[in-house]
Structures are given as structure tokens and as C-alpha cells.
Design a protein around this ligand. Structure first.
Ligand code: NAP
Length: 332
């Protein structure tokens, strides 16, 4: 039998294990022009929380009692498709199933000899590309400027900060544990890092870590952390609104200080984006990220949970900050 995971309830507040349903179906069979895929690595991502709501967004909501889906690296275990052979590895937006068929649409071949397979879900996949495009297309950092990154020890943040260093910035990270703060400065080359959970006055801490103010803010979290950063932006600052995990579990979006006065008096830019806006430029970006990795100028870390049954818990753990770098599930 084939294992799959369905959305049982639309979560209220933080997702719970009871919002997910494990189920079984007959193992699928392939037709002409199809491949049978075996799931190897599953990406869990904060944005999936938005798809669990009924609301209209840039991507359709998950349906109740239907399989969830996310970025998955899978192995081709049977093929009736001219472009794929048994033993190939592919990446795509696939369902949370141990086995599934595909006609090849939306799949990309990945090469496990060039990089570990899980890297195609992180540094060489959606989160690496998000860091790359958010920073280079909107943040546009220049040498000598100060870049602040929130959610800095996560998949997107740890890469955004390192790219900021490659561009010659002073980089300050904000993260939720002392261990993460230490990792940012000792392993990823950040100039300073702040633990937002133990810092009483974030405004003071940001002022201390950014004596010349903030030129670029790469925002992964929103909420009160961002309120504190907005207070320290410089003239012509760029605020890259990548994510807002601090409010993803809220039933209605809380209001904080209004941001418009900060933007006006500093002639600052604040822009949201979705990584797929830049899909035509993905190949060039992947090449550059791969080159930096090979040169040792970029590094990454992952938190790997084991087993198909761990997927819902791995997703929930994102909201408790249990991951360092990219959270993935290895399905053996
Ligand atoms: P991630 O940072 O690897 O994991 C989530 C992290 O968020 C956790 O480790 C936790 O770290 C932090 N966090 C959780 N709850 C928080 C809260 N209430 N306040 C502050 N921090 C909190 O996830 P990711 O995949 O790299 O995504 C980072 C952000 O980018 C997310 O908001 C995501 O939605 C967004 N994103 C946007 C795009 C796009 O196209 N715009 C694409 C990918 C991701 P701490 O221990 O530091 O709290």
C-alpha cells in the first residue's frame, strides 16, 4: 500500500498533528508517458501554512481531505517516459505520498553527484533562490552598507546574510536562540547577531549592532521584530518583505506602529515579492549559487528529520524555531 498525508482540518492558530491525517491507497501504476516516483526528500516550508487557509492567495489553498504538497526530490523507479530513466532523480512540487505518478510536467532533473539531493530543496532550490532574488533584485546591497536579516538562522535568512557579506555589507542577523546567534557569527560570517527572545529592548540592540543605521532590511518574520528594525532605517533604505512568519498563525493580522512615516521621511522602499516572479532567471541564479558553493564562499546547514511519518511534525517545528537552516524530511 501507498502512504499519504491529507489535510484533515484547517488549523486554528499553530498547526497541530491532529490537523493532518495519515492514509493509505493502492500503489499507483504508470500509463504510457508517465513515471513512477518514490519520494526521497520532502521540503517543509512556512508558506504552506497560508495554503491551509481558505483565503485567496498567489497559490490555491489546499483542499480538505486531499493530499498536501510541497517541494520534493524523488527517484524515478519506473519509467514509460522518453525523457526519464529509472534511477533518475527529479525535483518538483509533488504530493505528500510515498509513491506517485507524473507525466513529467513541472519536474526538473537533479544531479546527486553535483550536490546532495536535499540541497535542491534548499540552497540550490526555492529557499536559496528566494534569498538570492530578494536581496539582489530588491535589496540591491552595496559595499559598506548595513544589512539586517530577520529569521537569519533559517533556510532563506542564512543565505541572504551570506550573500550580503559577498556584496561587502556589514551583516546583522536576528534569530531565536543563543546557539543560532553563535552559528551566524562563527559559521556564516555575520558581523553581529541578536537573540530576539532574550533581548528586552530590540530597538537598543539594533542601534548598537548597526551604528550606521540600516540600509537594507531582509524581513523574513514581520511582527514586532520588524517594527523595531523599521525605526532604524537610513535614507533610501530598501526593505525586502520576504516573509511574515510571526503572524502566519494569527486569525487576523495584528496592527503595530504604522510604517508609512518611516518610509516617507527616509525616502525608503518597501517591497514584497514571491520567488516565482523571477522564474525566468532561475537557471542563472542556480549557476551563481553553485559557483559560490563550489568556491567555498557560501555554505549551508540543514535540519533533517527522518521518515515519511515525520513530515507534519517537521512542518509544525518551523513555528517553534527547531530548525537551523533548511528543514527537510528524509524518506528512506
Ligand atoms: P526558516 O527560516 O528556515 O524557518 C522558520 C524560522 O522562523 C524558524 O526556524 C524560527 O527561527 C522563525 N520563527 C518562527 N516563528 C517565529 C516568530 N513568531 N517570530 C520570529 N521568528 C519566528 O524558513 P524559510 O523557509 O527560510 O522561510 C523564511 C521566511 O521566508 C518565511 O516567512 C517564509 O514564509 C518566507 N519565504 C518567502 C518566500 C517568497 O517567495 N517570498 C519564499 C520562501 C520563504 P527562530 O528560532 O529564529 O525564531
Amino acid at each position: 500500500m501507498n502512504q499519504l498525508i491529507l489535510l484533515k482540518n484547517r488549523p486554528s492558530g499553530k498547526p497541530q498533528l491532529s490537523d493532518f491525517q495519515f492514509s493509505q491507497e493502492e500503489k499507483p501504476k504508470i500509463s504510457e508517458g508517465e513515471v513512477l516516483l518514490k519520494t526521497r526528500f520532502v521540503s517543509v516550508d512556512p508558506y504552506l501554512r497560508g495554503r491551509m487557509r481558505e483565503d485567496k492567495s498567489y497559490i490555491p489553498p489546499f483542499e480538505l481531505n486531499q493530499p498536501l504538497s510541497s517541494g520534493i526530490v524523488a527517484e524515478v523507479v519506473e519509467s514509460n517516459h522518453t525523457s526519464y530513466n529509472k534511477g533518475d532523480f527529479v525535483m518538483g512540487l509533488l504530493q505528500w505520498k510515498e509513491f506517485q505518478t507524473s507525466n513529467g510536467e513541472g519536474l526538473m532533473k537533479v544531479d546527486g553527484s553535483k550536490a546532495p539531493l536535499s540541497a535542491y530543496l534548499g540552497i540550490l532550490g526555492m529557499t536559496g533562490l528566494t534569498a538570492y532574488f530578494g536581496l539582489t533584485e530588491i535589496g540591491k546591497p552595496r559595499g559598506g552598507e548595513t544589512l539586517v536579516v530577520s529569521g537569519a538562522a533559517g533556510a532563506v535568512g542564512s543565505v541572504a546574510g551570506q550573500i550580503g557579506k559577498l556584496k561587502g555589507c556589514r551583516v546583522v542577523g536576528i534569530a531565536g536562540t543563543d546557539e543560532k546567534v553563535e552559528m551566524l557569527t562563527s559559521e556564516f560570517g555575520f558581523d553581529a547577531a541578536i537573540n530576539y527572545r532574550t533581548t528586552e529592548n530590540m530597538g537598543k540592540a539594533i542601534a548598537k549592532a548597526c551604528p550606521d543605521g540600516v540600509d537594507v532590511y531582509f524581513d523574513n518574520v514581520g511582527g514586532e521584530i520588524s517594527d523595531a528594525v523599521h525605526n532604524h532605517i537610513n535614507h533610501f533604505a530598501r526593505i525586502v518583505v520576504c516573509g511574515s512568519i510571526a503572524v502566519y498563525n494569527e486569525e487576523s493580522i495584528p496592527t503595530g506602529p504604522r510604517v508609512q512615516p518611516f518610509l516617507i521621511k527616509n525616502s525608503a522602499l518597501m517591497q514584497g515579492f514571491i520567488v516565482s516572479n523571477y522564474s525566468e532567471k532561475f537557471p542563472g541564479a542556480m549557476e551563481e549559487l553553485s559557483k559560490w558553493l563550489a568556491q567555498g564562499r557560501l555554505s549551508y546547514t540543514e535540519t533533517v528529520m527522518e521518515g515519511f511519518k515525520s513530515i507534519p511534525q517537521a512542518f509544525i517545528d518551523l513555528f517553534d524555531g527547531k530548525n537551523r537552516g533548511k528543514m527537510v524530511v528524509k524518506v528512506s
